[in-house]
Design a protein around this ligand. Structure first.
Ligand code: C2O
Ligand code: CU
Length: 579
């Protein structure tokens, strides 16, 4: 069983236990003996079963189980100890066990709420709040059901509840390190003197574009989705003038995966102000990394990218030979892009397919009709990639894979989630059952280039209740906090830094660090053995623990976030800063 499915199983079992205890309590209050006993017995079993799931999660990593061990387990134990013996002794009036059964229900719910609303890291404050809630609910039930607790019992309950509530609130409200995001760092840009310069102008504006024969309202660069493809050769200077015609919430250009100087990074409020209607901004940087990249707005990026403010950036090492095709996959107003295209290629011609996922979620790509190699991931060439046949690849949100092959005499087709998007002729192959490539074991390994690590950061990804301004929201969190309250990660120039990224939520988080590529060290404790993988976008699935490292060699303030941009917008975004 994977850790991801254990997390789900544990939640389901807990919900069943809650339903069983509360249902049993209600049935016994109503005097329905067989039903009450049945539900309670079921709840007892479910509660005990959690000993197994919690233990397994704790063995997979303390991050997955902390609050379950510290809060849910003691509460569940109290539930069993209080309700169990009374159930066995309930010979006479079944109504006498209503309060103990309901208490058990509240106790197990308390643990569940702590997991769902708070998560990691567990804190004494939250534990005490949960206890206070359970005691208060039980006392209230006791009153309502008319079986008055003795004076001493109720006084003790009151004292416990109030004390727990006061300490709990105090401890949870304790100020975290809520540091603001610094602005305006001065770092040298690429100088454009005497170097070949590629100039482009991108005008952002609302537009109506046609997708699969339908007119769709979009936000577009130069009235097209995707925006114009920007191409350059290694060594060129790119100079891109961004105009905003009428995107009221502002626009910027972020060069996804391109490790540009900080001031060119296009993050509003961090590296520049958003470009408002009527304004312009000129980006300039040297194209010194070859490969497949993309650009997109970073102002209200959740909406802006989805609406169409993105395009391809390709930097070629030398004059390209053969066929070179970019396939930026996107979903616009629920419709898939790009439109399918078919063009014959003569046998023997080398072909490079540059696959780009500009959506918020993973896509599955399958190339049928030929053997191929994955030449590059996220713009970096792989070492010793071997030939693959009938194998699919999963590309995370924001990620890129370059597939290369020599055109065979027979047609070839690329399928994205089963839909043919590019082909050299008619191909009918079912690709749905193909195995998926694991890039961590693909290609030829080489030793990690560092022998010491100067800073280690752990990022535990979860969900939790968060106060955003004064509005409570169910945020996507990192270490229990949401943007802008996540403390920045501070490094020094030259540091070798590791991130341990743990996903204890139930959804995939495609992680993306700006300004740097990270080298994958291990996933779920298993070291990467394939070609060194220098990534800027990687899927951290539920239950996954990734260890990655990079050298801090690009000073500035860098966004570090989930590239499911809705998650980033809902809190899953922090910053890496140089001291
Ligand atoms: Cu492609 Cu901060 O994003
Ligand atoms: Cu996410």
């Amino acid at each position: 069983m994977t850790v991801g499915s254990l997390l789900t199983a544990d939640l389901v079992i807990t919900a069943l236990a809650v339903a069983g205890w509360l249902g049993g309590g209600a049935a016994s209050a109503a005097g329905r003996r067989p039903l009450a006993l049945g539900l309670a017995a079921f709840a007892l079993l479910a509660t005990l079963a959690r000993a197994v799931t919690i233990t397994a999660l704790a063995r997979a990593g303390w991050w997955f189980a902390a609050e379950k061990v510290l809060v849910a387990a003691p509460l569940s134990l109290a539930a069993v100890v209080v309700a169990g013996p009374r159930l066995l002794r309930a010979r006479g009036d079944i109504r006498s066990v209503a309060v103990p059964l309901l208490f058990a229900g509240y106790a197990v719910s308390g643990g569940l709420l702590v997991t769902v609303l708070h998560g990691y890291p567990a804190s004494a404050g939250v534990g005490l709040l949960a206890v206070a809630g359970v005691v208060a609910a039980t006392a209230l039930t006791w009153r309502v059901l008319g079986r008055r607790p003795s004076r001493t019992v109720s006084r003790a309950a009151l004292v416990v509840a109030v004390a727990a509530l006061v300490t709990g609130t105090g401890l949870t409200a304790a100020p975290g390190a809520a540091l603001g995001v610094p602005h305006d760092h001065e770092y040298p840009d690429a100088r454009a003197v005497g170097e070949p310069t590629r100039r482009f102008t991108l005008t952002a504006g609302t537009a109506t574009v046609s997708v699969s024969g339908r007119d769709v309202a979009a936000w577009a660069f130069n009235a097209q989705v995707p925006g114009p493809e920007l191409t350059a050769s290694v060594g060129d200077v790119l100079e891109v003038t961004l105009h905003n015609r009428d995107i009221a919430r502002g626009v910027t250009l972020h060069w996804h995966g391109y490790d540009v100087p900080n001031r060119q990074d296009g993050v509003p409020g961090v590296t520049q102000a958003a470009v408002l209607p009527g304004q312009e901004f000129v980006y300039r940087f040297r194209a010194d990394q070859a490969g497949t990249y993309w650009y997109h707005t970073h102002a209200v990026s959740d909406i802006g990218v989805r609406m169409g403010l993105y395009g391809v950036l390709v930097v070629r090492p030398a004059p390209a030979t053969g066929v070179d095709v970019t396939v930026p996959v996107h979903t616009l107003a629920g419709l898939p892009l790009p439109a399918p295209r078919t063009e014959p290629v003569e046998a023997g011609v080398p072909v490079r397919l540059r696959l780009i996922n500009t959506d918020d979620t993973t896509h599955r790509y399958a190339l049928a009709g030929t053997a191929f190699r994955v030449a590059a991931i996220d713009g970096s060439d792989l070492r010793g990639p071997t030939s693959l046949v009938d194998t699919a690849v999963l590309i995370p949100a924001g990620g890129r894979y370059d597939l290369v092959f020599t055109a065979p005499a027979t047609p070839v087709a690329l399928f994205v989630d089963g839909r043919a998007v590019y082909s050299t002729g008619p191909v009918s192959t079912a690709t749905g059952a193909w195995p998926v490539l694991d890039p961590l074991t693909y290609g030829v390994g080489s030793p990690v280039p560092w022998s010491r690590y100067d800073r280690k950061f752990t990022l535990v990804l979860d969900r939790g209740l968060d106060l955003h301004g004064l509005l409570p929201r169910y945020a996507h969190t990192v270490n229990g906090a949401a943007d802008p309250d996540i403390p920045p990660q501070v490094v020094r120039l030259g540091d070798v830094v590791t991130f341990t990224i743990v996903n204890r939520s139930l959804v995939v988080h495609p992680w993306h660090l700006h300004g740097h590529h990270v080298l994958v060290l291990s996933r779920n404790g298993v070291p990467a053995t394939g070609s060194p993988l220098w990534l800027d976008s990687f899927d951290v699935r539920p239950g996954d623990v990734w260890e990655v490292a990079f050298q801090a060699d690009n000073p500035g303030s860098w966004a570090n976030h989930c590239h499911n941009l809705g998650h980033a917008d809902a809190g899953m975004m922090l910053h890496l800063m140089y001291s």
